[in-house]
Design a protein around this ligand. Structure first.
Ligand SMILES: *[C@@H]1O[C@H](CO)[C@@H](O)[C@H](O)[C@H]1NC(C)=O
Ligand SMILES: *[C@@H]1O[C@H](CO)[C@@H](O)[C@H](O)[C@H]1NC(C)=O
Ligand SMILES: *[C@@H]1O[C@H](CO)[C@@H](O)[C@H](O)[C@H]1NC(C)=O
Ligand SMILES: *[C@@H]1O[C@H](CO)[C@@H](O)[C@H](O)[C@H]1NC(C)=O
Length: 503
């Protein structure tokens, strides 16, 4: 008898669970909506205004996915699996009822808190909240779908946070068709090595890059002048990356300031937004001291050949630290023709097919819009070749390399070796002359005197920060501002709010 009762309970609970799951996923059907609404309250927990979260100003309808996906980018405290953003999608402007949706989120780097040790004490982790928009799910929904896509481009997404709300504009993203490489720069904070930018732009252009997207927070006047110069030539698009706003007043004292508690993690957000902004077939995310080159020819040709019509969605390049002596900061660009190679580092970088990369991580792709795609290293190395490399028995020759010209080289083994990789696929002397002329043009023939003070001040400030879980996290932004303002008159981004909090 007892067993029968147990079975009965089991069936009942399953039934309730079934109804409950069914309605919580399909809450927008007329009569059933109310029941669905009640059940969905039990099913999960809406994120409300007491939750520390900041939003990037735009939401994206990403048509690279099939069916299309609405994607929202945020920085927030870790959310539980059953927590969601309660959102209204305004599909028909102000004239018709909006569609209410629950949108669930995932951390962009797959983990919350971050497993990246320097960032593991950061409270705010970059998230993407996304929802698949209906398409051919049910013939009755086709009309809804077309209304949705037609109108979503003009109107907004409103997110309710208990007592607060946030409105995001919506942008549409498609597969990319213009041939070329777009290079995404992670946010520029307190940057002073303008010489890097000159080498970077010249080398990447020689490799086939056609557009650069730079997220800008702060830099020296010389660096800003350099960025402006290339912006005016139509090469660089400078996008605002201002300081993060304060949390709403009633919760501000309960949590650390966002701007004091974002490390490299906010970069994940920038680079994933940047991917969507790319208009060329191929994209990459590389710092101002990183250039990817193939052994022969131009990167654009090499990458197109390797990826077009294949399952390969990204190509990864081994990191080679190089030194340029005399330095480009204190001398001229002559040394760039023949860099000295140090042992290679672990941190690879990659270029990708911009039509298929869904989520980027710093050193490898996280996911593609379709699981058909995968990524690969520049050369499939056999097990024995790997062993040889491991024991340094022969020099490793991939079909390409990431040339990493750190301001302070000297990580690991400083012995230098010869490698076949060069910044330029053709005669370097033309490029060296171009760089010298460009520098002269930017500064009207009066070259600024080099000082390492800004760089040293930032290193000193960051190294003094002692991370404490959920309170302090190594951050280049808010925490160092006072220190940094003492050494330099910085150019800061002063744009309208780009990051939004509930109001
Ligand atoms: C807001 O959410 C928190 C948990 O995330 C909950 O404890 C609190 O009661 C909620 N507040 C309101 C007004 O719903
Ligand atoms: C909808 O209403 C808001 C204010 O209520 C207004 O700012 C917006 O322009 C309106 N949009 C359209 C398309 O009419
Ligand atoms: C990128 O992927 C698309 C598939 O969506 C494919 O048609 C295209 O050829 C690929 N482009 C490159 C450069 O690999
Ligand atoms: C570049 O600097 C080196 C030494 O610092 C010098 O020998 C060379 O003449 C310079 N080249 C130009 C083009 O100024």
């Amino acid at each position: 008898m007892k067993e029968i009762q147990h079975d009965y309970k089991f069936v009942l609970i399953s039934l309730i669970l079934f109804i409950f799951i069914f309605y919580s996923y399909e809450p927008d059907f007329g009569l059933l909506e109310t029941i669905g609404g009640i059940l969905s309250i039990l099913a999960g927990e809406p994120i409300n205004a007491s939750f520390p979260i900041t939003f990037y100003q735009s939401a994206y309808v990403d048509y690279r996915f099939n069916p299309p996906r609405l994607r929202i980018f945020t920085l927030n405290k870790c959310v539980k699996n059953n927590q969601f953003l309660l959102s209204d999608l305004h599909l028909n402007g102000n004239n018709s009822a909006p569609v209410r949706k629950k949108i669930y989120g995932k951390p962009l780097d797959g983990h919350c808190p971050s497993i990246y040790i320097p960032a593991s004490s950061c409270l705010y982790v970059p998230y993407t909240f996304s929802i698949t928009l209906k398409q051919n799910e049910d013939p009755k929904n086709v009309v809804l779908y077309f209304e949705m896509t037609k109108v979503i481009q003009y109107f907004q997404v409103t997110i309710f946070l208990g007592s607060g709300k946030v409105e995001l504009n919506v942008q549409k993203i498609y597969k990319k068709s213009t041939e070329g490489i777009t290079v995404c720069l992670q946010p520029v904070y307190y940057f002073s090595q303008w010489q890097n930018i000159v080498l970077y732009i010249e080398a990447w252009r020689a490799q086939g890059a056609t557009r650069f997207i730079v997220y800008f927070h702060s830099a020296t006047k010389e660096t800003w002048k350099t960025l402006e110069y290339y912006r005016d030539l139509g090469l660089i698009e400078i996008k605002s990356w201002p300081s993060f706003p304060s949390l709403p007043a009633d919760i501000a004292d309960k949590y650390p300031k966002i701007d004091d508690s974002v490390f490299i993690l906010s970069y994940f957000m920038a680079m994933n937004i940047c991917i969507l902004d790319i208009k060329t077939t191929i994209g990459t995310v590389a710092d101002f001291d990183e250039v990817m080159v193939p052994t022969n020819g131009r990167l654009l040709d090499y990458a197109t050949k390797e990826m077009m019509g294949t399952k390969v969605g990204a190509l990864s390049f081994e990191n080679h630290y190089i030194s340029l002596t005399p330095k480009i900061y204190t001398s001229n660009f002559s040394r760039v023709a023949s860099p000295k190679f140090q042992t290679f580092g672990k941190q690879t970088k990659y270029i990708f097919n911009a039509s298929v990369l869904a989520i980027a991580q710093v050193h490898w792709p996280h996911s593609f819009v379709d699981s058909y795609f995968s990524w690969t290293r520049t050369k499939k190395v056999s097990f024995f070749q790997k062993l040889e490399v491991f024991f340094q028995m022969s020099s490793f020759q991939a079909e390409g390399a990431l040339l990493h010209f750190r301001y302070e080289p000297g990580v690991g083994n400083l012995e230098t070796t010869e490698k076949p990789f060069r910044f330029f696929p053709d005669n370097p002397s033309i490029h060296i002359k171009n760089m010298e002329d460009t520098a002269q043009n930017i500064f009207n023939g009066v070259m600024p005197k080099f000082s390492s003070k800004p760089y040293d001040a930032l290193q000193k400030c960051v190294s003094k920060i002692i991370p404490v879980e959920d309170k302090v996290c190594r951050s280049t932004s808010g925490i160092c501002r006072d220190e940094m303002d003492k050494v330099e008159d910085w150019v800061y981004d002063k744009s309208e709010p780009i990051f939004l909090v509930a109001s």
